[in-house]
Design a protein around this ligand. Sequence first.
Ligand code: H79
Length: 444
Amino acid sequence: KAESAPGIPPETVEQRDARMKWWRDARFGMFIHWGLYAIPGGRWKGQPVGGAGEWIMNTANIPVEEYELLAKQFNPVKYDPAQWVRIAKDAGMRYIVITSKHHDGFCLFDSKVTTYDVVDATPWGKDLLKPLAEECRKQGLHFCTYYSIMDWHHPAQMRGSDRAYNPTRIREGRKREYMDYMKAQLKELLESCKPEVLWFDGEWPDWYTEEDGREIYAFLRELDPKLIINNRVGKCRKGMEGLNQEGRQCVGDFGTPEQQIPASGLPGVDWESCMTMNDTWGFKYDDHNWKSTETLIRNLIDCASKGGNYLLNVGPTAEGEIPAPSVERLQGIGRWLKVNGESIYATQASPWGKQLSWGRCTQKKLDDGTTRLYLHVFNWPGQGRLELPGLKNDVTRAFLLANGREVTIRRDGGKIVLEALPEKPLDPVATVICVDVKGTPQAD
Ligand code: H79
């Protein structure tokens, strides 16, 4: 039996592996932050507001009654879920995680337990998640939802101070009311759009406890035994590092580093780094600080080489468009993955725990018992030769993934030297060399 926190239904290692399989194989997903905050887009009363766009209600200290009015303007006439899913799919993403409710409390689905949702409070008047879920299934992507525990709108929660909503406090005697509200909404979500991951956030206010997390986790797994739930359902994560604190029994199926990638792989630990392409999750008119396509591709490779997933964010506009700079970058990642995807999907972490001077490595067991190492070369070597650190296994074959051209293998004591490489990389972002070895790689 795999270890499980108190109150959590036990599960064998095999059952857990089966439940996590699609998610582990997927390696690359799209995060979507969409909500009322896209309307101001980081500006309030003519002034630019610092920080992330989706935090504007807190950062600009906007009263609930005033922020609520945004709903009357929310009419995403350019929303085209088929196109969003196409953009994600062409980027090589295998799943989508979209905000069903962020900290501002506004719901993108039809909730019967509040009128503060897209159906009841906006001119659009239609559920936004159901058609996206349907499109995901049509185009073969996994549909997943984000849900914030902290809620700046719900009457059971209140501002933490007169200057900030975050972190909220709970009103005297109203904790159960809010727990039941969450459970009702989560059940609605599961029934209306069948998400395969529940991605919690906003778990840090002090009134929310580890025990509450176990209650929510158990409730969801009972409704859907196959559901995958992140570690922010409970209180175990270490800040933005996102992995669980050591020596604790933690609830949740995977760690959630935010805006960072762990320094090394962690055998047996599932995790997913979520990151923005610029400096905001929710759309901001004035944020033009975009990461390069090269950085994004290398981040994906870095995650895969350490055994983790990469969840890359887009913040659509209030009209329903994914910003052009995001689309361009996603297309670039898609072009790279079309050629090199075999080196990312369904791979395992590098056999070398240490960093490699020239790049990163992933690996995959092939059907015949061979293991294929994928060398992701960031810094293409001179003299047409690349040295691998010690490896005990016999090497049977080496070739360039993009064109199948064979590479010469020479053993030099413990080291393996690849020779007769082309003078220039096939792709300056990352050129992948496949190295097939007998058995399980033994780094020495
Ligand atoms: O939805 C996006 C952001 O709006 C949200 N998470 C991503 C996925 C986010 N919320 N907060 N932050 C990002 C940064 C805030 C961090 C802090 Fe804390 C909250 C600092 C102190 C409380 C959590 C607990 C992180 C560190 C300790």
